[in-house]
Design a binder for this molecule. Structure first.
Ligand code: R5P
Length: 296
């Protein structure tokens, strides 16, 4: 079966890189808005296997357009419909932490499962959920790791004495997966979140960083507060240099400026979310996963 890839303009560069890696057709999705803001979506040339590329940062506006495009691709003849959402929003709220709160992960996961046959995403934020299959019941769920791509990308900026530091227990799998191919030491902290932009980090063995370069590794940069808190402690402990790398960067320009002012340099991320620091293409890892599952 032939495969086509369909994208919204916000992800044009990333989608084109993926289509090029797969040597498949790449079609833009037209979106126009009625005066009240309602979206009208138009797709073209759906193949029997249609890949819809839409990273779900800022998801509230995007989810409606994704559902409309999915329906149009089905109507256009797609027999197998795959959502490629390199960043999958709404994964943080995986339980009702306070009475009355919606469990957003379940709601959005079921919505995606109702419209697609498969979901491909990268390093989803599944801290308490056992697997991506549980998020999108009944469809194929493909969880792509960015660790190999990140390890390749930072190989040029690390030395044999570099320590890779994860801010909290949840980061350990990412940090160890990046460190393993590079043969580097890891250090893992403990984190307490006090608010959307405020965290307390404890790096018990930070003295190990004295006189050594450090790379902070995390799945997500949101406000940047976690990385800034880590960097302060490591520089105080005598680290010679602090860089940072993450799979996803959601930080706004002010937060990126704060990261730069904190002494972290460089800050790197994959292009799962378009950002000035998103210089590492995730396309090769996505292409491998798509081929491995016979989708192109
Ligand atoms: C949390 O569990 C994540 O892995 C990140 O550490 C967190 O989302 C980063 O948020 P921020 O950049 O706002 O500190």
């Amino acid at each position: 079966m032939t495969t086509s890839l369909h994208y919204f303009v916000a992800n044009e560069g990333e989608a084109r890189r993926l289509a090029s890696a797969l040597a498949i057709a790449c079609e833009p999705i037209d979106v126009r808005h009625f005066p009240d803001g309602e979206s009208l979506v138009r797709v073209s040339n759906a193949s029997p296997v249609a890949l819809l590329y839409c990273s779900l940062d800022h998801p509230d506006a995007k989810l409606v357009q994704v559902l409309l495009a999915a329906s149009a691709l089905r109507d256009g003849g797609a027999k197998r419909l795959v959502l490629i959402a390199p960043y999958l929003g709404y994964m943080r709220q995986d339980r009702s932490f306070t009475p009355g709160e919606a469990v957003s992960q379940n709601v959005i996961g079921r919505l995606i499962a109702s419209a697609f046959d498969a979901l491909i995403t990268v390093d989803p934020h599944l801290h308490r959920t056992p697997s991506l299959d549980a998020v999108v019941p009944g469809i194929v769920a493909i969880n792509v790791s960015a660790a190999g791509i990140i390890a390749n990308a930072i190989a040029a900026i690390v030395g044999t004495d570099t320590i890779l530091v994860g801010p909290d227990a949840e980061s350990r799998p990412w940090v160890e997966a990046v460190a393993a191919p590079l043969g580097l030491e890891v250090m893992i902290g403990a984190k307490v979140r006090c608010g959307d932009r405020k965290v307390e980090i404890e790096l018990h063995d930070r003295q190990r960083a004295s006189g050594r370069p450090v790379v902070l590794v995390d799945d997500l940069i949101s406000s940047g507060g976690t990385l800034i808190a880590c960097a302060g402690q490591l520089l105080d402990a005598g680290a010679t240099k602090v860089a940072a790398v993450a799979t996803h960067c959601l930080a706004n320009p002010d937060d990126l400026a704060s990261l730069a002012a904190s002494g972290i340099s460089p800050v790197l991320a994959t292009d799962t979310v378009p950002a000035t620091v998103a210089s590492i293409s995730i396309a090769p890892a996505l292409a491998d996963a798509i081929r491995a599952h016979g989708l192109a």
